[in-house]
Write a protein that binds this ligand. Structure first.
Ligand code: HEM
Length: 141
């Protein structure tokens, strides 16, 4: 460890590990999102909201996968392809009420359950998902 790192307690660059790396990177996020969209596709509230072709060809799954990868410190491919996330704005065309958010979170929970995360990792990922789902609400019940 170099002097500065020792003095500040900060990790040296070689020791830095993102949450993305810690949970297993892209394959793990792909597994979560794949289970999530399997649920969305058959969901009575969410299924009709998502363009059928985007569900069928995997492009919706790809966008969420790349967004989550970037959010947790992985590659910034999402922003290279889609620009700034601006997620509230991108959800404005859809009716995101409490029911929709609950359904969304139910499928995301199922995805996380398949990811094999530690309890701490799971709590961190789930905490973000529940926070983000509240943030996306744009329609009262
Ligand atoms: C709360 C309920 C939610 C509903 C009903 C909902 C619904 C939708 C729909 C219908 C789309 C358009 C289809 C698509 O382009 O994939 C979409 C896109 C997207 N959603 Fe959600 N969403 C919700 C919450 C969230 C949350 C919590 C996140 C992030 C943690 C998220 C991240 C995304 C992303 C990254 C996209 C693609 C944006 C783009 O690049 O165009 N969504 N969502």
């Amino acid at each position: 460890m170099n002097q500065t790192a020792a003095a500040t307690g900060q990790p040296t660059p070689a020791q830095e590990q993102t949450f993305y790396d810690e949970i297993g990177g892209l394959p793990v996020i792909e597994r979560i999102v794949s289970r999530f969209y399997a649920g969305v596709a058959t969901d009575p509230v969410l299924g009709p909201m998502y363009p059928a072709e985007d569900l069928a060809d995997g492009s919706a799954a790809r966008r969420l996968t790349l967004f989550l990868a970037q959010y947790w410190g992985g590659p910034s491919t999402y922003s290279q392809e889609r620009g700034h996330p601006r997620l509230r704005m991108r959800h404005a065309p859809f009716t995101v009420n409490r029911e929709a958010a609950e359904h969304w979170l139910t499928h995301f929970r199922a995805g996380l359950d398949e990811a094999g995360l530690t309890p701490e990792q799971d709590a961190k990922f789930w905490g973000y998902a529940t926070y983000a789902a509240q943030f996306m609400l744009n329609t009262p019940d």
